[in-house]
Design a protein around this ligand. Structure first.
Ligand SMILES: Nc1nc2c(c(=O)[nH]1)N[C@H]1C(S)=C(S)[C@@H](COP(=O)(O)O)O[C@H]1N2
Ligand SMILES: [Mo]
Length: 353
């Protein structure tokens, strides 16, 4: 008899809109199955009969035009392993706490995205020399708690990032058409940026020569260092260098002997070059083995460290990643009012008996 199929599932934060996190402790290897990919939505899903198989490129372009799914399928494509991390990943770890979805460590996933470079589409539309930003709109819309009017999920991207050769309009995930919940039929994938930039259900891209302002751009996804005022605010863009311990689990109880400590590390700038582990609360550190992926994509790096637990007691295990820009995880998180970009050194506790 076959053993029953037992597998992890998503953790629910809210249902309408749907916000659920990946069981990150139980993700093995490189590519998250679409069923286990975290889901982050600001509104109800757009009615699929309203979502067209095409989107409009207009604004400062010589030839405003539509691009259909069929058009894109006929063009040269790129496929990358890209990690998407919500800017609110690990928000629940902030002290004092910050309002918003109380994500644990699972607002992150990755897999193979296939699509056409946005710059090719912008070139075909004849983007003009004075272009400064592109304003990207999704099909989903609704009310926000801070206004009565309806808003769509709309944000802008600097023209340089829009024209980066690896910013793509994706139509496949892990070799299948994009899942409905992850932006079908077409979504933007912006490697290295927090995932609010990777807009789902593409409806329109407008090229502009000024600084766009909108609630999902200049109210949300902004770091506000102060609780009481907006001084020193600046936009959320690239992912911070970060690491998560997948195994063992926090507060696990183990026997003395050998234990594999494993996890993931990622960064929005450059590559992960080092993950250091401490099994004595940060007094001493040793390097974990990095497991190199064959493709140089924009994915996370898996790592392992063999721990010889000789003595009994409670042990604080720390993980600290460093990237090729020499950015490393801080001991203290950078607290900000909306709780974005948490990347303090990862800590769990394990009891050995
Ligand atoms: N149209 C649209 N795009 C969106 C969002 C959204 O609510 N609407 N959420 C953004 C945010 S904040 C994140 S973290 C990712 C989540 O992508 P996923 O649901 O495919 O995991 O999508 C981004 N793109
Ligand atoms: Mo997000």
């Amino acid at each position: 008899m076959r053993p029953p199929l037992i597998r992890p599932y998503l953790t629910t934060l809210s249902l309408t809109p749907e916000n659920q996190e990946t069981p990150i402790n139980f993700i093995d290897g490189g590519h998250v199955d679409n069923q286990l990919f975290y889901r982050r939505n600001h509104f109800s899903y757009p009615g699929m009969t309203n979502v067209n198989n095409w989107f409009l490129v207009n604004g400062l372009v010589a030839n405003p035009r539509w691009f259909s799914l069929q058009d894109l399928r006929g063009m040269p494509s790129k496929t990358f392993n890209v990690v998407l991390e919500c800017a609110g990943n690990k928000r629940s770890l902030f002290e004092p706490k910050t309002p918003g979805e109380q994500w644990g460590k699972g607002a992150i996933s990755q897999g193979y995205w296939k699509g056409v470079p946005l710059r090719v589409l912008l070139e075909q539309a004849g983007v003009m020399g004075n272009a400064k930003e592109i304003v990207v709109q999704g099909h989903d819309f609704g009310k926000r708690t801070d206004t009565d009017s309806l808003h769509s999920f709309t944000r802008s991207l600097p023209i340089e990032k829009a024209c980066h050769p690896d910013t793509i309009v994706a139509y496949e995930y892990n070799g299948e058409p994009l899942p409905l919940k992850h932006g079908s039929p077409l979504r933007l994938i912006v490697p290295q940026w927090y995932a609010m930039a990777s807009i789902k259900w593409l409806r329109q891209i407008r090229v502009i020569d000024f600084s766009y302002e909108g609630p999902f751009h200049s109210t949300d996804y902004v770091y506000y260092p102060n609780k009481e005022n907006d001084e020193g605010a600046y936009p959320v863009t690239t992912m911070n260098v970060n690491a998560t311990i997948q195994q063992p689990l926090d507060m696990d109880v183990k026997n003395t002997g050998k234990h594999m400590i494993k996890g993931i590390a990622w960064s929005g700038e450059g590559q992960i070059i080092k993950v250091e582990i401490s099994t004595d609360g940060g007094r001493t550190w040793a390097e974990a083995d990095l497991i190199k992926e064959s493709d140089v994509g924009y994915g996370w790096t898996n790592w392992v460290y063999e721990w010889h637990a000789a003595e009994k007691g409670e042990f604080m295990i720390l993980a600290k990643a460093t990237d090729s820009q020499n950015r490393t995880q801080p001991a203290e998180p950078f607290w900000n009012r909306k709780g974005y970009g948490y990347n303090a050194i990862e800590i769990i506790t394990v009891k050995i008996e």
